[in-house]
Each structure stands twice: as C-alpha cells, then as structure tokens.
Design a protein around this ligand. Structure first.
Ligand code: GAR
Length: 207
C-alpha cells in the first residue's frame, strides 16, 4: 500500500520534484497525489503537469477569511484522500486545524541545521546569507515534523555538508539543495513506513 501525499510549494518545487521522482521510480512507498501552491508563478505547477500530478492554486489572499481558506484546503485534502503532507518550500504558515489534523504526518524541509538559522524570517536565501555571514564551516538540510510554530517540530533527519570552500551564499544554497533532494524522499520513506517514534518530544528512528 502506498501512502497518499500532498506537497505544498511556493516557488520552484525542486524538492517536490525530487520526492515525486523517487516515488515514481518506486524507491519509496508513496503516491504523490496532489501539489498545492500559493503562488500563481510557482515553477512547481509545471513540474506537477510534467508528472501528471494534480495541482491546485490556493492563494491565502484569494479567500474572504481564514475559515474559507482552511475549508478549501481541507476540501482538497479530502477529495484526494491525502494521508501525509510534505511542505516543500512553502513560505506560509499552515492553518492550525490542518496542522492538528495531520499531526505526525506533516513534514517540512529547512535548508539549515535547525535549531540554528530557523524560525520567523529565516527562509530561502536569507538562511544561506545568515549561515555565510556567521562563517559557518558546515550547513545542511533538516527535515522535521510540523507543529504550530515555525521550524520547531521534532527533527526527523539532518545531513551536514561541508561549506568551507563556499565563496557566496548562493554556493552554499546550491550545495545544500543537492542534499535536500536526497534527504527529503529518504526521510518521507521512513516516516510512511512507520520507522519513527516520538519519545519525550524527540523523534527516534527504529532500525
Ligand atoms: C528549499 O531550499 C527549502 O529548503 C527552502 O526553500 C527552498 C525551496 O526550493 N525552504 C525554506 O526556506 C522554508 N523555511 P524548491 O521550491 O526548489 O524545493
């Protein structure tokens, strides 16, 4: 049985594509059934179309209030029988009702080693600029469960990448992104296989 997953994206959607491709190659027991984006120009929409994955544009600003926005998200998730949600470069807070409903089944990828360089204001290139300015010698992606705060849920996986020879934040971003594309599908595969358990707020891998 494959787990039905929805990806949420705001921009290019390269992580979404990496997850979808790993699933299409049969490397993980996941069916990427839906991609929701909040940006009409998101490259993720073309990536969904190329792979025959249903896509929906759900801009928060297009709804009269939070209730109507949440109802539309829930309706789409129900319509596609979604069991797991992977935030993949989604630059907006997910409504509390959705976070609660998908507790333990919603993940995010962050392009730094949390809890460093995370939280409000740390997203996309800003993260790598801060990592660069701090003179860090390692960085790398974090995949974590989503709770009601930014970048705070239990960490499922991280991968350290040497950035000692990176000369610009852009070079760091490129190096970290390569690892994001490996780490996110692998981690989702473990999650849907039930290999994580939560102990005292920490995620523990049972292997
Ligand atoms: C990725 O680097 C992801 O880690 C980051 O946005 C990029 C999206 O790229 N996410 C955040 O900064 C969230 N705080 P993509 O659209 O090509 O996957």
């Amino acid at each position: 049985m494959k787990a039905r997953l929805a990806a949420f994206c705001s921009h290019g959607g390269s992580n979404f594509a990496a997850i979808a491709d790993a699933a299409l190659r049969g490397e993980i027991p996941i069916d990427v059934a839906l991609m929701i984006h909040n940006n009409a120009r998101a490259g993720a929409a073309a990536r969904a179309a190329e792979r025959g994955i249903a896509a929906a544009w759900v801009p928060r600003g297009g709804f009269p209030d939070d209730g109507a926005y949440e109802a539309r998200l829930q309706e789409l998730l129900d319509e596609h029988a979604i069991e797991y949600i992977a935030l993949a470069g989604f630059m907006q807070l997910i409504p509390r009702s959705v976070v609660r409903r998908y507790s333990g089944r919603m993940t995010n990828i962050h392009p730094a080693l949390l809890p460093l360089f995370g939280g409000r204001g740390f997203y996309g290139s800003r993260v790598h600029e801060a990592v660069f300015a701090a003179g860090m010698k390692v960085s790398g992606p974090t995949v974590h469960l989503v709770d009601e705060e930014y970048d705070c849920g239990p960490i499922l996986a991280q991968r350290a990448v040497s950035i000692e020879d990176c000369r610009t934040p852009g070079e760091i971003a490129a190096r970290v992104l390569v690892e994001e594309h490996r780490l996110y599908p692998e981690t989702l595969g473990r999650l849907v296989r039930g290999l994580y358990r939560i102990e005292g707020g920490r995620a523990v891998l049972a292997v």
